[in-house]
Design a protein around this ligand. Sequence first.
Ligand SMILES: [Zn+2]
Ligand SMILES: [Zn+2]
Length: 306
Amino acid sequence: MAASLDDMFSLCVDPGKAASSVEVRFIDNLKGKGLFAKKSIKKGDTIFIERPLVSAQFLWNDLYKYKACEYCLRALETAEENARRLSGNPALSLPHAELCCVHPELHQACPQCQVMYCSSECRQAAADQYHRVLCLGPSQDDPSHPINKLKNTWRSMHYPPETSSIMLMAKMVAAVKQAKDKAHWQKLFSHFCSRTANEEEEIAHKLLGEQFRGQLAVLNGLFTAALYDDHLSRWFVPEGFCSLFALVGTNGQGIGTSSLSQWVHGCDALELPTQQREQLDSFIDQLYKDIEKGHCFISVLQCFLE
Ligand SMILES: [Zn+2]
Ligand SMILES: [Zn+2]
């Protein structure tokens, strides 16, 4: 989820650069706010890089062991590991392996639950923001833990291709629970486009899928059992829970992270003699063909990540 109007650029890596390229304007009550260019932007330009307010990996994607940093979602699998797994060829070796952006030597696990991060910075940021509340410690794989019950129930209602995760909502609650300045976080979340109760209910049902229309109350119960907090009691009553759903349904975005596609971009940018360029291009073409051929099922599960 991206930040609100007031804080829009404060979460950007370079707020000044973002503010010189684009501006946020209010469109209308239905669309909410929109982003408008302030100058002409060339194809391929990076307009801005923004840290998410909260982010969470899709839960089926996680179950199927697509390894991503728990905080920033960067791939933890090297381009070569990714290519081997997706092509089903364990002997595959990628040329120009130095172009892979994944650095396994920097990866760190939470010492209590062993959840993985791409760096000590991400591990610390997660711990500071929400992970102290959400760390399951030795119960990480215990299906009877309230958080795992919530995840499993969500998976049973929300099959791939996934569009959202109940853990986004859990992280929002955890961030407020952990924060010293709870009002700051509540204000950040309250800035998002809000709708009438009827519209929110429609969005929540759409997110959940037609066949699970009646199941919002089940998730509400599990969510409350896992995360209830007095400061946030309004998010746990049915109307508030529905609003939370609508908030995530309208403001959440699916993003893709793939070490293999980053490696391919790196290869595309290499300056090579004609013959080597042709060899590399045909290697990449063949690799994509092998991936398509062998692993349709996995590709479907990862359609937001490839
Ligand atoms: Zn990370
Ligand atoms: Zn942990």
